[in-house]
Design a protein around this ligand. Structure first.
Ligand code: GDP
Ligand code: MG
Length: 179
């Protein structure tokens, strides 16, 4: 169901980036529909969902884009990032390679290049419900984020921990910068 954009004071596009399998689509479905699925969905192309949130008494409509499986090819086109105000850069705390690949994502991340600012990327270590078998330490992720002047949060799309908060922090940063 589509709401009239006229009802919102601001419309922000944000994108989800990071390796395949880290939980991007589930973070999106948890945030926008409070849903989680155990199996990975593979959808062709790009999808987005929208959600309205209140910031400073204003209605902000966020349009969140999800890569739908192209990430393994690094084949996301510039159109994906075009006019985006921010990104959630996601890795899987259980899988070190998804953390090691962050540099590639940051380099590739057109959002930073376009916006020219640091405030609109939030680094997410997802799957915190499985932290007893984690492969990436919180301190290492925090240090990585600090060095790049971005925020770090650990989330679980499965049990919903910090999902709302992570999106909110990003949206508030965007709001502070652009609104
Ligand atoms: P994407 O490829 O980055 O979009 O990742 P998906 O959202 O498709 O998730 C990949 C797999 O990880 C699926 O099997 C999900 O059920 C699982 N998954 C996603 N988020 C979480 C989470 O927070 N905790 C756990 N335990 N599994 C998750
Ligand atoms: Mg996906």
């Amino acid at each position: 169901k589509m709401e009239s954009p006229a009802a919102a004071d601001y419309i922000f596009k944000i994108v989800l980036t990071g390796d395949s399998g880290v939980g991007k689509s589930n973070l999106l479905s948890r945030f926008t529909r409070n849903e989680f699925t155990l199996e990975s969905r593979s959808t062709i192309g790009v999808e987005f969902s929208t959600k309205e949130v209140q910031v400073d008494g204003k209605t902000v409509k966020v349009q969140i884009w999800d890569t739908a499986g192209q990430e393994r090819f690094m084949a996301i086109t510039k159109a994906y990032y075009r006019n985006a105000y921010g990104a959630l850069l996601v890795f899987d705390i259980l899988k070190a390679s998804t953390f090691q690949n962050l540099d590639q994502w940051i380099r590739y991340n057109e959002v930073r290049a376009n916006a020219g600012i640091d405030c609109c990327v939030v680094l997410i270590g997802n799957k915190s419900d499985q932290r007893h078998i984690r492969a990436v330490m919180s301190d290492d992720a925090k240090k990585y984020a600090d060095e790049r002047n971005i925020k770090y949060m650990e989330t679980s799309a499965l049990d919903a921990t910090n999902v709302e908060q992570a999106f909110r922090i990003l949206i508030q940063d965007i709001y502070k910068f652009f609104a």
